[in-house]
Structures are given as structure tokens and as C-alpha cells.
Design a protein around this ligand. Sequence first.
Ligand code: ADP
Ligand code: ASP
Ligand code: MG
Length: 448
Amino acid sequence: MNQLNVAKFGGTSVADYDAMQRCADIIVNNPDTRVVVVSASAGVTNYLVQLAQGNLTAEQQDKIIQAICDIEYAVIGRLKQPADVLTALDNLIHEMSAIARNEQLSESLKLKDALLSFGERMSSLLFAELLRQRGVQAVNFDIRQVLKTDSTFSQAQPDIQATRRQAQTLMKPELSRSVFVTQGFIGSDSENATTTLGRGGSDYTAALLAEALDAETLHIWTDVTGIFTTDPRVASSARPIPEISFDEAAEMATFGAKILHPATLIPAIRSGSKVFVGSSRAANDGGTWISRETQERPAYRAIALRRDQVLLTLKSPNMLHATGFLADVFGILAKYKISVDLITTSEISVALTIDEPQNGTRKTLSSELLAELGEICDVKVEQGLSLIAVIGNRLQSVNGVGGKILSAMDSYNLRMICHGASPNNLCFLVYAEDAERIVENLHQKLFE
Ligand code: ADP
Ligand code: ASP
Ligand code: MG
């Protein structure tokens, strides 16, 4: 091993046996890859989130568990002589089903995280066996021994020092002997209870491990050939970006480009590991390199779209010439661990956006929070909105930015606009039903 590489394979990359074989090709072709982080096979975490709601009939539960079994046993059906792996998989399914049927599940974020961990635990078990059958000396390693977090179930924050210590002790000395196949997305708290890092968190796991193990490179294998100028599913004319800076890519991830979990680049920025994003379906078709310095810093880099936004408008007659209102509002939001994305203010009101993802187990906007805000102001909640961010460089000093961007949406309603706080983005909030059309128009104006 010359240069340690950590590779991460997302859900579609390990969706089934054939997809896993393509990942195995990638690993076999790069002997520097000694750590392999896998997501749950495509669809499995969504099924687990459905189970985690906890209010299903036994029949509904059985149907979902069966759907998960169909995915996992289809892989094992194609492996050779997998007797011990089959037993291990049976045990995991058994354990998973017991948690799914636990009556406390609907109330307990801790149990929900335990349940959500099974997708990655099953895919890593199967993928390690598949690699061994390809002649790779691979072990399936339980990442919960290494990736230590706080106890914010469903949105756990990693403990960087503890993770480094564990990775250096339990993984590093063995890497020359074995390829470590391990789970993305999951960790454990100080009492060893299973935690998760939030949906899409496997990218973050891989970046944290790359940092903790001092890896030179991190390869993120997904279903597209790199980071595009916008989501290619939204605008078919989107084109791949061969090279992008950490800042630009981090900005894209923060503003909803699903290609990377929003926190992925934080460890990479700290450690300086170079990050590559490519497609496991087309490993030779190139991809995007993300690094500190890039040759180009174009004014317009990309457009990101984040769905499921909630706009809170808080109106206080006392805000007129009053001080402390915003501090009170943000005090309450901090207490509920709510992070605010966009914000605009007028003399007597403040409007702010909050992410309310529909695919997780934690609800951001609780009735307790709204009641507490209601004690100091009038609260208006608007849903069905999407946030669009134009990402670029020096946007404050590029001539005609406002006109160019606004002309792409002259036949749509614009609910809110934010420009000026950062030279790297210009963001606005639109009605969800218009969002994709606006992204397409904008892409045409800025990139075609
Ligand atoms: P994985 O399961 O491998 O983590 P994800 O589905 O989480 O994959 O992320 C890949 C998807 O991200 C792509 O299929 C694409 O639709 C979406 N995406 C959003 N924005 C972008 C972008 N700017 N460039 C490329 N893909 C993007
Ligand atoms: N399996 C998890 C999810 O679907 C984590 C990931 O895929 O990154 O959110
Ligand atoms: Mg992902």
C-alpha cells in the first residue's frame, strides 16, 4: 500500500449482486483501497424508516420485512457456499424483526436508530463475503467500535478524537493485511448504543474514517459520473464538473445537492484528503476531483435544489425599535437544535427557512417549539417550498447577477430571496411545484 484510499459505495452501487460485483472490480483494480464503506442496499433504509414509524399492523410489518429479505437473500442466493454468512444474515433479520415489533418503537429515537442500522450491517456482511469470493482478504468490521458519537439519535455528532483513537488502534495496524469492509451511516455513543448520522450519512462516515486514518484519498462511488452543474435528474443538460474546490462542493452539499451528505467535506477540509466522486456503473468514465486548489473559479459553478423547506414568519409588534427579539427567537431555535438556512427581516417581522426532510425519523418542527415561539410572537408556518441556490465565486461583484438570475423565473412566484451574506451563493425560496422548472431555466441561462 503506497497511499491509503478509503472507498465508499452508495445504496445503488450495492443494490444487488451484479452491482456489488462492479464495486468489487473497482476494489480489485486499486490495491491502495484498504477501507470500504458501504451503504444499505438501495431501498432498504427507506423500508426501515417505514417500519420505524411504529404504528403499523402486523401484516404491514411482515410485508416490509419480506421486501427487505427479498433484497438481502437475492444476493446471498448468488454467493457460493455462504453457510456462515447465511446464519449471520438470519440472525440480523431476526434481531431487526424483533425491534420492528417492539411496542416502544414509535416513541424512541434510540430504538429507531437501532432499527435503521440493519441496512448497512446486512450489506457489509454480504459485500465482505463477495470480496472474499473474489480472492480479496476482506473482513466485515463493525464500525460502531470506532465511530463514536454523542447521543443525538437520528442526527448524531461524531466525536472526532475518540474516533481517531479507535481507528488508529483497531483498524490502522491491520490495514496492510486485510481490506476492512464496514458500515456507513451508523456509530455508537458512550454507552455503546447505536446511533445514526442522518440520512445519506455514509458519505460522512467515509470522510471521517479517511481523516481518522490519515488517508491520502477518499473515493465516493455513486450512480452518476461525478458532481454535475445541477442534479442531472432535474436538468438533463447538466454536465459533469471535472474539478471543484472544497468550498464550492461543500456549499453545494449544504444547499441540498444530494450527491454528498452536507457534512462530508468538513473532515476532508481539515485533513486535506483529496476526494473523488465517480460512478460505480462507469468507473472508467471519469468523475469529479475535489481539492483545496482548483485551476478555475468560475462565477457560476452549480445550482442546488433542496426540497421540503418550511418558512416560518415570526411577527412581533414589539420588534419595532425593540432589541432582543431576534436573540429570543434564536435562543428558542437553539434549544430545539433547529438550524436556520435563509433569513430575512423587516421592521416588525423575521422570516426564516428550516429543513423538514420527509425521509427521516425525527420531526424538526414540533408542536412544543411552535408553542414556545407563539409565546413571544405570531407564528405563520408555510410548507410546500423548495430552496434553490446558485453556487459560485465572488457573486457579490459579478455584474448583472441579479438580473440574469431573476430573468430565469419571471413567470414564477418568488417567496424569498437572500443575497449578500456569502460571496459563494445566492439563494431563493420558491413553491415546490415550480422548483424543477426554475432550475432548468436557470441552468439554461447560466450554463448553456
Ligand atoms: P448514493 O446512494 O450513492 O449515496 P445518492 O442518491 O445519495 O447516491 O446521490 C446521488 C444522486 O445525487 C444522483 O443520482 C443525483 O440525482 C443526485 N444529485 C443531486 N445534485 C447533484 C449534482 N449536482 N451532481 C450530481 N448528482 C446530483
Ligand atoms: N443508508 C443510509 C440512507 O439511506 C445512509 C446512506 O445511504 O448514506 O440514508
Ligand atoms: Mg447518498
